[in-house]
Design a protein around this ligand. Sequence first.
Ligand code: NAP
Length: 323
Amino acid sequence: MFDLNLSSSSDSSVDGNEPLKLLVIGSGPAGFAAALYAARAELAPVVLTGMELGGQAALTHMIENYPGFPEGVGGSELGELFQKQAERFGTRTEFETATEVDLGKRPFEIKTDSGEYKAHSVIIATGARPNHLNIPKEEELTGRGVSYCATCDGWFFKDKKVVVVGGGDSALEEALYLTHHASSVTIVHRRDELRAGSILVSRAKENPKIDYVWDSVVTEVVGDEKVASVKIKNVKTEAESAIETDGLFIFIGHTPNTELFKGQLTLDDGGYIVVDRLMQTDLAGVYAAGEVADPHFRQVITSAGMGAGAAIQANRYIEEKGL
Ligand code: NAP
């Protein structure tokens, strides 16, 4: 998460009668890359940041696979650079969250927590959110030991024991980050093989602070004011046990933020917005980019690329329609 005082706008969030040429919903790499391209095409885009400025990438401690940064770059720092670059060409950033979208009207109508926008074209870049385990006390102890973001909360676990759930890239990346603070990191994975890429797997296996509990799931969080332990079940033997821990970090995949668009756009079985190769949804003038429309790659670079493509198409649409 980065500084919320970076807004370029002193305008009211509600635009009078003149519809925007382009409204971008979401402020992650897809949203700001779209805004950068749209601003340079003189579409004067407005970006609605949503609750999490910078999206999930801004919560990543270090991004090592975005080209141009051979030493890596902090997720929050990269997000700030995206925003700054988009604003340099006339993007307006508004710290609002879209609450209602009517894509049946032309221009499209988008209500936010503090106003309403009309726009001739829309790029949806609302991203995805971390999945929850939905086990007893998970919700109650969120912020009191249960977390979905090591970069945000790792500091609170200095010299403490933590458990990480998941076997994908996120789980390993975050587990490695947590070793900078915690005294030990126990990864609980439901299989005996990690899903994560080989570089992360070897780094994690070489790290003396990380150990593993295989073929197991966390079934309950235990603690009153804060996390004290977690209950574990081996899925092969059904044996139950407990691990004493100060923290539980959960990284078990994501759900796309598409609730606003249900019934208005085609979504796939996982809830992701279906787009064609040109980032076009099934409604002319509406494009989607980044993780909201991408269950496959989910990288900063692919999201940014999708955003740029969506903006190029939105500009063509605006020009063709003479809007
Ligand atoms: P993911 O690849 O879908 O992995 C989710 C992990 O959680 C899997 O190991 C899965 O187990 C486990 N899981 C799912 N539901 C579970 C449940 N209910 N209980 C226990 N475990 C559960 O998700 P991700 O790690 O967030 O990665 C998402 C995408 O982003 C991937 O494409 C990944 O490559 C990418 N990513 C890349 C980087 C990087 O390049 N540095 C960093 C982060 C993410 P199974 O393995 O048994 O299915």
